[in-house]
Design a protein around this ligand. Structure first.
Ligand code: GYE
Length: 306
């Protein structure tokens, strides 16, 4: 009897799931925590993780995704550096029948069948939280409040959305004026450089709104070098709540931080398991997050993991 002598087929469960992950870069403390979360949870899930760092360049991410398609990985996940320009490569993945999961940042593709789900924060909401705190603080002001803004990477979902949510929240008070707004590319070095230029061009800055902690931390160096007190002479609001940002907040140098959770690894691995198992999953998975004043930051700093 042929069936009895044939070698048993390898059970499907014994094969490791392969996951190709195309990361944005290593531009911030948030990104470092996010990378660690992805790597740690892939290991824990027993996946074969192929990881690449695009150094904040879309062309590098597209190349990495094409390599994963050639390698026939089971699932591709990536955090798109900018929102637009993904349709072609996403169609290539679809044609190869490899499911794609977006993590952290969204794409603006009209065809939502190009990806299985998008796991990440609501960046517009984060902008609203930042703007609301400021609008409350200055609700009785009779004078103009001059705001400078350090935007994230040009064309990225968090930069577009954090700007929009904030603008929407402050527009009801004509005294709240954004007098300068430029990209600091989510990095400390660029945040410092652009803040230096802002301070040179404007003698009367009241508020800095930075789209992430790293740019705020760079700007703090520029503000101190100019002989001013961050958090006092200039009110500072940022987004992320990574450890260095929370430390600056606990010292009163950042006045308000909107949290953005980088620990997306566990949710991502769950989604990978589900798509491989052919389960129907939610098209949008939103992460939960809060806000911190200097006082709040002091209380939770010691337990902050990233
Ligand atoms: O806020 C910033 C990072 O996409 C949410 O990217 C992420 C942002 C985060 O560089 O620090």
């Amino acid at each position: 009897n042929a069936a009895a002598t044939a070698a048993p087929a390898t059970p499907a469960a014994a094969k490791k799931i392969s996951l190709g992950f195309a990361q944005v870069g290593a531009e911030s403390g948030w990104r470092t925590a996010n990378t660690k979360s992805v790597q740690d949870s892939a290991k824990e899930a027993g996946f074969d993780l192929k990881f690449s760092d695009a150094q904040q360049k879309q062309e590098n991410q597209i190349k990495a995704i094409r390599t994963y398609i050639q390698q026939k990985v089971d699932v591709i996940a990536f955090s798109p550096v900018v929102e637009s320009g993904w349709d072609t490569v996403l169609k290539e993945a679809k044609d190869a029948k490899i499911p794609v999961i977006l993590t952290d940042r969204a794409v603006d593709s009209k065809d939502t069948s190009l990806y299985a789900t998008f796991i990440g924060s609501d960046f517009v909401e984060e902008g609203h939280k930042a703007g609301k705190w400021l609008a409350d603080k200055y609700k009785d002001t009779k004078e103009d409040v001059n705001i400078v803004e350090l935007q994230g990477t040009t064309g990225s979902a968090p930069a577009n959305d954090r700007k929009a949510g904030f603008a929407d929240e402050i527009k009801s008070n004509a005294h709240l004026k954004v007098i300068a707004s430029q990209t600091g590319d989510f990095t400390r070095a660029k945040g410092k450089e652009v803040m230096q230029a802002f301070l040179k061009a404007h003698k009367d800055i009241d508020v800095l709104y930075a789209h992430n902690d790293d740019m705020a931390l760079g700007a703090i160096q520029a503000i101190e070098a100019a002989g001013l007190k961050p958090g006092q002479d200039i009110t500072i609001i940022s987004v992320d709540a990574v450890k260095d940002g929370m430390t600056a907040a606990s010292e009163g140098k950042i006045n308000f931080i909107v949290e953005c959770n980088p620990l997306l690894g566990p949710q991502l691995m769950q989604a990978v398991n589900d798509v491989v198992a052919g389960k129907q999953i939610e098209k949008r998975i939103v992460t939960k997050e809060g806000v911190f004043t200097s006082e709040d930051a002091k209380k939770v700093l010691a337990d902050r993991q990233y």
